[in-house]
Design a protein around this ligand. Structure first.
Ligand code: PEP
Ligand code: MN
Length: 339
């Protein structure tokens, strides 16, 4: 913590603040400048927020935290990149960029198994598919729920793909974690703190999607919620944010990939399907995401988008997905990575 004194602060006021810092169990370290004095409070990071009360002391202008509030998710305590293992051949955060692909929602055994084979053959390593769907309208398809989880497992057993699927409520966390290899927290639940704490208590990787109206800082604080419960296996997923733009469903914030590289050691995935909302824009944004340094890409693929029960307009048909995978390999190779 840094305590910035007002430019006219008296010697006595400075000494009082130094004493107060000592009384709170920290060591004051003062820098006496020509204009003003700045006092650093050195000591145990935990509980340092208490020092904020010094803002009410005479002569103090501001109290500024110098360490980031996301201590576990941030880079101050851990510099090296975290690699999160999903299965024997899938890890996020290493040299290989992994592609998570599949339909928006699980619709039937035939549908999920056919799409799983298609995306596996094209090079995806994780199958996505919602069993519980967060929908804007209560009248829209809400997912096959528990049956959807079972169908995902069948598709996984047939193809060898790992499974990523969303959990929407605390009471379903254990069940979803039993079936899924990656438990997804959707954009609408990024700040559902009880749900974050619940997935923080399981031993499964969590894909934390960015809240559609959340800042990167808020997103990292949500990762911190999960990690503070003991689960360090958090993968962040940029999926677009709300802006004034109407040509796309969301505005895919690719700059987040770059910001996160500086702010966190956690792997980052980009979802250009929800990020753009239109299949026509998905490939370009996926390529750009790999070029920007994403550790993974999440793409919605459907064998018959016209008939899809949700998000058909942003889903790639198998042929386009295969073509995209070929292009992604070239971009990955250009930056020294594989897919
Ligand atoms: C999804 O990936 O199925 C989904 C609902 O995404 P988001 O939470 O980003 O809207
Ligand atoms: Mn979707």
């Amino acid at each position: 913590m840094l305590v910035v004194m007002q430019s006219g602060a008296s010697k006595r006021e400075i000494e009082e603040v130094e004493l107060e810092i000592e009384r709170m169990g920290y060591k004051p370290h003062s820098i006496y400048g020509v204009e003003r004095t700045v006092i650093g409070a050195i000591g145990d990071e935990r509980g340092k927020a208490r020092l904020q009360v010094l803002e009410t002391s005479p002569g103090v202008e501001r109290v500024i935290p110098i360490l980031k509030p996301y201590k576990l998710a941030g880079k101050e305590l851990r510099k090296e990149k975290t690699c999160i293992r999903i299965s024997d051949n899938v890890s996020f955060g290493g040299d290989r960029v992994h592609v998570i692909a599949g339909p928006c929602a699980v619709e039937s055994e035939e549908q999920i198994c056919a799409i799983a084979e298609t995306v596996r053959d094209a090079g995806a390593t994780v199958l996505r598919g919602g069993a519980y769907k967060p929908r804007t309208s209560p009248y829209s398809f809400q997912g096959l729920k528990d049956d959807g989880l079972r169908l995902l497992r069948i598709a996984s057993d047939k193809t060898g793909l790992a499974i990523a699927t969303e959990v929407m409520k605390e009471s379903a966390v254990d069940l979803v974690a039993e079936y899924a290899d990656i438990v997804q927290i959707g954009t609408r639940n990024m700040q559902n703190y009880d749900l974050l704490k619940a997935v923080g208590q399981i031993n499964k990787p969590v894909l934390l999607k960015r809240g559609m109206s959340s800042t990167i800082r808020e997103w990292l604080m949500s990762a911190e919620y999960i990690m503070s419960q003991g689960n360090m296996q958090v993968i962040l997923c940029e999926r677009g944010i709300r802006t004034f733009e109407t040509q796309t469903r969301n505005t895919l914030d690719l700059s987040a990939v770059s910001v996160l590289k500086h702010e966190t050691h956690l792997p980052v995935v980009v979802d250009p399907s929800h990020g753009t909302g239109h299949w026509q824009y998905v490939a370009d944004m996926a390529l750009a995401a790999v070029a920007a340094g994403a550790d993974g890409i999440m793409i919605e693929v459907h064998n018959n988008p016209h008939e899809a029960w949700s998000d058909g307009s942003q889903s790639l048909i198998p042929e386009r997905f295969k073509a995209l995978m070929d292009e992604l390999r070239k971009v990955a190779a250009a930056i020294g990575r594989t897919i």
